[in-house]
Write a protein that binds this ligand. Structure first.
Ligand code: ZN
Length: 321
């Protein structure tokens, strides 16, 4: 068994991954539903993304998962140009899908079958990410491969196409063994996602339920953790959602119950107004710069911090090639 982590510049040994931001956004190009809806979602400047990533590196960052899925403004050539400027931070790119409202009604995700779509995900991982983000009709591949799978659900609802896309990502996961990260809307439908993954026979230790602290309900978080999934926290620094004390209380509930091995942190800076390089904040480095020092002052141990930032990402993101 050879465990590796698949970055856009090649496979690395798990020990080469440092403190990792498990769900971020480097680039979101124009033309997507999100950007058409709100210009704040337009993140098309590779130089600004590189500056922001350098800031993350300067605060000790050593691993970065870009969570932009197919058809949502993913641009692998821009990721590569960012990586060239900040080579110290391994970048993982994503293949998979967002929630259904982020696709125009004419997009192929609504028509293609699971069997037709699984090979598209596998080719992003095995051959290289499609340069035009599968906007077709031609398929041209980068040499950079995807290292993470993704699927998503809506607020308090899993639409029929989302269920299909979650099953597609799950079947690709079963085939490859890569980590499968999810988007939950306001932290809802985590259990519904787990039910789909269970019905597909997934190893839940490779699943990361995303944005789940947006519903800061310790009981719900414990119920999910009990089933073996990993939980991604990304509200620190985004005070408009909730006070950090609420996040810390949820974290404590999970730690007290013995789930330190199943927690990861992220920034999910998916708007230009969240990035310092675009004139906003809190930025990619916030977790390392402010949240971790706060956790130390609140008495969270170095062992636990190392697990969450380093050991858990290494374990979750590695797969047997
Ligand atoms: Zn995101």
């Amino acid at each position: 068994m050879t465990l590796k982590i698949r970055t856009i510049t090649g496979d690395i040994n798990p020990e080469e991954l440092g403190p990792t931001n498990m769900h971020e956004h480097l680039i979101r190009d124009a033309g997507t539903v999100e950007v058409l809806h709100d210009k704040d979602f337009l993140m098309d400047d590779a130089d600004k993304a590189a500056l922001e990533l350098a800031d993350f590196r300067n605060h000790g960052g050593g691993g970065f998962v870009d969570a932009q899925p197919i058809g949502c403004g993913r641009n692998i050539n821009k990721y590569l140009s960012i990586s060239e400027k900040v080579p110290e931070v391994p970048i993982l790119a994503t293949t998979g899908f967002h929630k259904s409202e982020f696709y125009l009604p004419t997009h192929w995700v609504f028509d293609y079958s699971i069997d037709e779509m699984v090979p598209l995900l596998l080719a992003d991982v095995y051959e290289g990410i499609e340069i035009n983000d599968y906007n077709g009709p031609l398929v041209k591949r980068s040499h950079a491969k995807a290292g993470v799978l993704k699927c998503a659900t809506s607020y308090q609802n899993v639409t029929p196409v989302e269920e299909k896309l979650c099953r597609t990502a799950a079947r690709a996961q079963k085939e490859i063994g890569l980590a499968l990260i999810t988007h939950t809307q306001q932290g809802t439908m985590g259990q519904a996602q787990i039910d789909i993954f269970k019905s597909e026979g997934l190893d839940l230790s490779k699943v990361v339920i995303g944005h789940i602290d947006r519903n800061p309900d310790p009981f719900m978080l414990l119920e999910l953790a009990k089933q073996g999934v990993n939980l991604e926290f990304d509200t620190p620094g985004r005070t408009k959602y909730q006070s950090e004390s609420i996040t810390v209380n949820c974290l404590r509930a999970l730690l007290d119950a013995g789930y330190a091995d199943q927690i990861v942190f992220a920034g999910d800076s998916g708007r230009r107004s969240y990035l310092k390089s675009y004139g906003g904040g809190p930025g990619y480095a916030y977790i390392l710069e402010f949240f971790i020092p706060r956790l130390r002052r609140e008495g969270i141990s170095e062992d636990v911090i190392k697990k969450i930032l380093v050991e858990n990402p290494r374990r979750i993101l590695s797969f047997d090639i």
